[in-house]
Write a protein that binds this ligand. Structure first.
Ligand code: 6PG
Length: 230
């Protein structure tokens, strides 16, 4: 676990690591494919990435999860990433693969996104992301894999609609195997409110139904000191 005294240090370190990984991936394979996290923690990282000079034509941007709202909605993860990054640099529009949200037919929209992913990743068993960026909720959810929801059981599909009772709404999310298929999975965790979730996910009772982030095999934990509780 990499612990940072300040949130700004976590943001800077994650930005640098992202850019370094993008450069080495493009050098090695000609492309860098990332599944982005929503929420508030990563937003500053996306803003800082926009200030860097990356090979935008060879980076493909996907979402690890999305809310069941139109792109124009303030809760949209796609809107957040567009405002922080994608609308600020010269990224080919064909490199941006947002979830085709359909608030009236989330199951259909999830199937459509899985088709988009399968078209992009070919006949791989699961999407071969270079990087999956993950956040952690204070209830130990990640992406939109919330405690005691159906998506936690999915082992075949890549991307599903997920009814979240406590939110009284559908979410869209990568399934656990479709996150774990990434070459690297990085969690960014900040804030005192995440202490219990982080401790339980990393070393507490193993119960993924209650602590879904335990389903994900993290390569790196980038954590603020107040979240680490140290
Ligand atoms: C989302 C995210 C979600 C997020 C956690 C942490 O759509 O909200 O994908 O899984 O990463 O809820 O969110 P914060 O970074 O805002 O604490």
């Amino acid at each position: 676990m990499e612990i940072f005294d300040e949130l700004s240090q976590l943001h800077e370190a994650t930005t640098q690591a992202f850019c370094d990984f993008a450069v080495t991936s493009i050098e090695a394979n000609g492309v860098f494919r990332v599944a982005l996290s929503g929420g508030s923690t990563p937003k500053r990282v996306y803003e800082l990435i926009a200030e860097r000079n990356l090979d935008w034509t060879n980076i493909h941007w996907f979402w690890g999860d999305e809310r069941n709202v139109p792109l124009s909605h303030t809760d949209s993860n796609a809107r957040m990433v567009h405002e922080a990054l994608l609308d600020r640099v010269n990224i080919p529009r064909c490199n941006i693969h947002a979830v085709p949200v359909d608030t009236e037919a989330p199951a259909e929209a999830a199937k459509q996104y899985e088709q988009i992913l399968r078209q992009h990743f070919g006949d791989a068993n699961f999407p071969t992301w270079d990087l999956a960026l993950q956040g952690l909720g204070d209830d130990a959810h990640t992406a939109s894999l919330f405690p005691e929801t159906r998506a936690l059981q999915e082992r075949e599909r890549w991307f599903v609609e997920n009814w979240v009772e406590k939110l009284d709404s559908y979410r869209y999310t990568l399934t656990a195997p479709a996150i774990n298929s990434a070459r690297q999975v990085w969690f960014m965790v900040a804030g005192k409110g995440k202490q219990n979730a982080l401790k339980t996910v990393q070393s507490g009772l193993h119960s993924p139904e209650l602590y879904p982030a335990q389903l994900v095999k993290a390569s790196r934990w980038l954590v603020t000191r107040d979240a680490a509780g140290s």
